[in-house]
Write a protein that binds this ligand. Structure first.
Ligand code: CMP
Length: 140
């Protein structure tokens, strides 16, 4: 498997509790390199566009409200099999189903305030990275 990039968000529940370093330590110790990172406050339009695939879901409005409720840290993570590796490190979307040692098991507050987002495929990673980073902001 080749070196891949994936897109990651440390969500408002994580920044509010000062967990940026603790979560980044999980990525780095498990083999992902943070090749781009910035702290931003998402606009409603940005959050709606980012989660447009979920627009018809009952939780969409709350999700957009939550993602714009505080700062987030957007990141590009790089490594061998990065998309799948990051999903392993994050754990299941619902923290109640997440394995021990995963970010969501240790830190998530609920299925909505689940501390991190990670791309679900290399194709979506490329799309998501382009929504937040210019090419010259990613330093591998
Ligand atoms: P994320 O990986 O960012 O992708 C969509 C997000 O919607 C998900 O993590 C959760 O934070 C949020 N969400 C809220 N409710 C649900 C739900 N019932 N099922 C799936 N995702 C949900």
């Amino acid at each position: 498997m080749a070196i891949q990039r994936t897109f990651s968000i440390l969500k408002p529940d994580a920044t509010r509790r000062n967990l940026t370093g603790a979560i980044n330590a999980k990525f780095e110790t498990k083999g992902l390199r943070i090749v781009a990172q910035k702290r931003v406050r998402m606009s409603q339009a940005q959050a709606e566009a980012f989660y447009s695939v979920h627009a018809a879901r009952p939780f969409f409005k709350d999700l957009v409200g939550f993602m714009t409720s505080g700062p987030v840290v957007v990141q590009v993570l790089e490594g061998e099999n990065a998309v799948a590796l990051n999903r392993e490190i994050m754990g299941a979307t619902n923290p109640a189903n997440a394995d021990a040692g995963t970010i969501r098991k240790e830190f998530a507050e609920s299925i909505e305030a689940n501390s991190v987002h990670g791309s679900d495929s290399p194709e979506n990673a490329a799309i998501e990275i382009a929504q937040f980073f210019a090419g010259n902001e990613i330093v591998g």
